[in-house]
Design a protein around this ligand. Structure first.
Ligand code: PRP
Ligand code: ADE
Length: 269
């Protein structure tokens, strides 16, 4: 059972490659490269990206089709995660979770949105698949229940989709972190940089209390600027940020490095 004293890395689960002969598609700023096989990196999302290119306008797979695919791929896909120290022991805590391939497959990738060079990870197709959506929430809940987390901070806009069900399930309050001028009460603000611009994040004064323990939830980490701003907002008012949790990581943008020692947990990278 998880306890407060147990470091997250002890239970973390890491992605691994399974199809050593498969070509992987790699997002690199302005282009998509095909990488040679590598047995230590990334997950099913790379394969999923190439599939998604082919079905950009297609609906997500039917539950029956996805179940069949799960059976085919469950031995070859691993759940991703990470606390910094996992890098030293990449395989020690590997855990196979056959929910991950379906989640990865349900995320659509739209090239050149919202501007040229961006491979947009579209989680709206994940929401169309109730099993994959529920599995996503369940994986987070399984990790964070019994961690004495009081606050789930969800980042506008897509953190508002994943954060509230997690908060309800673990018995924490949900605190929306919003774009400027959206919150009606007194706020504190943090400016931050993005993969495609800058923005400001705000939190209501009084929403959290010093000494509370927070989980920060978003759909995706790219450069890490957004999560860093959320962490700064919480730490300014002496809230302990226990971990950040995202559905997707774009590892090539090195957002994880920007978080420093702050643990980051992701399902798909
Ligand atoms: O790691 P970063 O480089 O900071 O980028 C990640 C952020 O970018 C996206 O949100 P976006 O700013 O596009 O806002 P939206 O969810 O309101 O569209 C995404 O949902 C994350 O919040
Ligand atoms: N590539 C991407 N897809 C979706 N959301 C993002 N936010 C920043 N980069 C993104």
């Amino acid at each position: 059972m998880n306890t407060l004293a147990t470091p997250f890395s002890a239970q973390s689960i890491r992605a691994k490659i399974v199809r050593p002969n498969a070509l992987r598609y790699f997002h690199s700023g302005n282009s998509v490269r095909v990488n040679s096989p590598n047995t230590t990196a990334t997950t099913a999302r790379r394969a999923q990206q190439s599939r998604v290119h082919q079905r950009r306008s297609s609906p997500p797979p039917s539950p029956a089709a996805a179940d069949k695919k799960d059976r085919v791929t469950s031995s070859s896909a691993f759940m991703a995660s990470s606390a910094a120290e996992d890098a030293d022991h990449p395989h020690q805590n590997d855990v196979v979770d056959d929910r991950i391939p379906r989640i990865a497959s349900a995320i659509r990738v739209i090239p050149d949105f919202p501007k040229p060079g961006i491979m947009f990870q579209d989680i709206t197709t994940l929401l169309l698949d109730p099993k994959a959506f529920k599995d996503t929430i369940d994986l987070f809940v399984e990790r964070y229940r019994d961690k004495n987390i009081n606050v789930v901070a969800g980042i506008e806009a897509r953190g508002f989709i994943f954060g509230p069900p997690i908060a309800l399930a673990i018995g924490a309050k949900f605190v929306p972190f919003r774009k400027p001028k959206k919150l009606p009460g007194e706020v504190i603000s943090e400016e931050y940089s993005l993969e495609y611009g800058t923005d400001i994040m705000e939190m209501h004064v009084g929403a959290v209390q010093a000494g509370e323990r927070a989980l920060v939830v978003d759909d995706l980490i790219a450069t890490g600027g957004t999560l860093c701003a959320a962490i700064r907002l919480l730490e300014r008012v002496d809230v302990e940020v226990v971990e950040c949790a995202c559905v997707i990581e774009l590892p090539e943008l090195k957002g994880r490095d920007r978080l420093g020692d702050k643990p980051l947990f992701v399902l798909v990278n």
